[in-house]
Design a protein around this ligand. Structure first.
Ligand code: ZN
Length: 637
């Protein structure tokens, strides 16, 4: 179990950004060799940052240097509107790895005056005249990636993948020729690792990103960090993966890159995994050039053990399920899920990150060798927690005692409910002989999700979980019971547009369970109104468990017997309709919380721990670093 009480997921906010911290559960449990492997791979993941900044725009690195110098050395009054606006601008530039918005690609408009900028720079002896139009003139380099139909996408995009003046037509012709001359069955990722440039005579050539080429010094440092990681690889296969990646960084040969991705996709046993290199092509309007990213993940031993404990006891849970014994499975196997956590985010995955990653991108490699797909558990978790900590609880939970209950136990119970749902819920129960598995038609998935959720809710309150060490005590489940009802009846409505019904199966199932319970067990819980706002009020948690058991028995019966009419009736009555007035009220209450539309992450820090003789004895993980401190540190990394 993770102790999470002194950890805060939310960090600072500015402009349209909310920064979050993510925890790395399970890191402490790894052995020293694995920790050192992650330590060195993490360094490799952070070292390529400046490559990305330069890819995003030719002036980004210089602008960053000027902004950071002013930020750290400015002697004037830091409380003026100009300096405050300057700080916000720098934070936005840090967040976007350049002067354009990370998502919308438009150039930022500075909120400070040009005069302030010139004066501040002059005092510190910086010559910034050439940067003025780049920062202040909205018509210069206005968009990083322009996708507008009809324009020359290269001439109108500020990203730095093609030398100034190279037209879209010329670049497309260049790569059409490469493709025509290459292997059409197993094509390499043409253009992926180079900047397209012009010779004096006007002919085009690729300036390759490799050791000795463009970004050579940075790439050499990445290679050195990968070499440091090499001795700690978990098995010879993984060692070969890293060696191949180093070879690719040295030669820039795209055939070597394909060999590397094939080796990487075939390594499915290692607990620690990573990506490091030129990966996604969203930043190139032609979709060829890959931005640099780095990322390290590992299988979370604690969460994996948790799901193992459940699946080891699958038969016990099945035998004690509150359903008609005819519908119980005689032999029940749980599913043991592999939970992945990110250890570090770098390059184009930092600070804004994907929460799921599916690689490689080469179509023929995917077709012939498959791909690896992961959902990053600790990032998903941080998003979920931040959503809850955004004032949502204060607004929607009925009283301070219940808020405290949720603050204390909801993290643990949320994870556990997901595990029960995935590892046991879906796999439990059986159809009666001869029943068509698709008998419930369009209602099938909502009923199936409700079944798995109810299985989880029912067992969350069971002493067996305390006995297995999965819940801290016999009270903890109450947090999940409350938040489940609150979400099903109230807060999930914020994801629905005004006037719409509930469509998505998971949302329908949550509404179904919560609203069925309120209607049929008013002695357990009710929706009440207080000062014009609606809240869930729980009268009896044990009674709620009885309600969930009763509904689980009925839902299992519907599934086992293929009772379409009953499924339709339940889903249509409780899972679909939205009360217009209540919806309107929830949307208004949510809007007042003023939640940032974009989120990103602050990384943890890894530090080596030495004994008196200078031997490394441990790798420590720290979470407290501030956003600006981390950014300035990475600038000198
Ligand atoms: Zn499910």
């Amino acid at each position: 179990m993770q102790e999470q009480s002194d950890f805060t997921f939310q960090s600072e906010r500015f402009a349209d950004i909310q920064l979050l911290r993510y925890q790395v559960p399970g890191f402490q449990e790894l052995n020293l060799r694995q920790k050192l492997f992650i330590y060195h791979l993490s360094r490799a993941a952070l070292l390529g940052r400046d490559i990305l900044w330069d890819q995003n725009g030719a002036h980004n690195l210089r602008i960053r240097q000027v902004l950071e110098t002013i930020y750290t050395q400015y002697q004037g009054d830091r409380n003026t509107e100009d300096f405050q606006q300057f700080t916000t601008y720098l934070k936005r530039v840090w967040f976007s790895n350049g002067i354009h918005h990370h998502y919308g690609y438009q150039k930022f408009t500075p909120g400070f005056s040009q005069q302030f900028f010139m004066d501040a720079a002059k005092e510190l002896g910086l010559d910034v005249k050439d940067l003025l139009p780049i920062i202040f003139d909205p018509s210069v380099l206005s968009k990083r990636v322009n996708q507008a139909e009809g324009a020359d996408l290269l001439l109108t995009s500020a990203s730095n993948y093609y030398q100034d003046g190279i037209t879209q037509a010329k670049a497309e012709e260049f790569y059409a020729r490469q493709k025509a001359e290459g292997d059409s069955l197993r094509p390499v990722m043409y253009g992926m690792n180079s900047r397209l440039e012009k010779r004096p005579d006007g002919t085009l050539y690729e300036n390759i990103w490799r050791s000795g080429g463009l970004y050579g010094p940075i790439i050499d440092r990445i290679i050195a960090a990968l070499r440091d990681a090499l001795p700690y690889a978990e098995n010879p296969k993984q060692q070969t993966v890293i060696e191949k990646l180093i070879e690719f960084y040295q030669t820039g040969d795209l055939k070597t890159f394909d060999e590397y991705t094939i080796l990487w996709v075939q390594d499915t046993e290692s607990q620690v995994d990573f990506t490091n290199g030129f990966t996604e092509v969203y930043g190139d309007p032609l979709g060829l050039k890959a931005s640099w990213e780095g990322y390290v993940n590992f299988v979370d031993p604690v969460a994996t053990r948790r799901s193992q404990a459940l699946s080891d006891n699958a038969q016990w849970f099945e035998d004690h399920s509150p359903i008609d014994p005819r519908f119980r499975k005689k032999e029940c196997k749980g599913v043991s899920a592999k939970v992945i956590n990110a250890a570090i985010l770098g390059g184009d995955l930092y600070p804004s990150s994907a929460i799921g990653i599916n690689l490689p991108n080469s179509n023929w490699v995917r077709a012939e060798y498959g791909s690896k797909s992961v959902t990053i558990g600790n990032l998903t978790h941080a998003y979920a927690q931040a959503a809850k900590g955004s004032g949502l609880r204060q607004e929607f939970v009925i009283d301070p005692q219940t808020i405290e209950l949720l603050d204390k136990y909801d993290n643990i119970c949320d994870d556990l409910h997901t595990d029960l749902h995935e590892c046991l819920g879906h796999g439990s129960g059986q159809l009666l002989p001869g029943i068509d598995p698709d008998a419930l038609k369009a209602y099938g998935s909502t009923i199936e999700e409700a079944r798995a959720d109810l299985f989880g809710l029912y067992y969350l309150a069971d002493e067996k979980l305390v006995e297995l060490g999965l819940t801290p005590n016999a009270e903890a489940y109450k947090a999940q019971y409350y938040s489940y009802l609150m979400n099903g009846v109230l807060t999930q409505l914020v994801r629905i547009e005004k006037g719409d019904q509930i469509e998505e199966a998971h949302m329908r199932n949550r509404a179904l369970i919560a609203r069925w319970t309120l209607k049929n067990y008013p002695q357990a819980a009710q929706l009440i109104e207080k000062d014009g706002k609606h809240y869930i009020q729980v009268h009896s948690y044990p009674m709620l468990r009885t309600a969930f058991a009763t509904l689980l028995a009925e839902i299992q019966r519907i599934k086992s017997e293929g009772d379409l009419a009953a499924a339709r009736q339940l889903v249509e009555e409780f899972g679909v309709q939205v009360d217009k007035d209540l919806h309107q009220e929830v949307l208004e209450r949510y809007k007042k919380l003023n939640i940032s539309p974009y989120k990103g992450f602050i990384n943890p820090q890894y530090e080596l721990v030495y004994d008196a003789n200078g031997n490394v004895t441990d790798v420590e993980i720290r979470y407290g670093e501030s956003y600006d401190h981390q950014m300035l540190r990475y600038g000198k990394f």
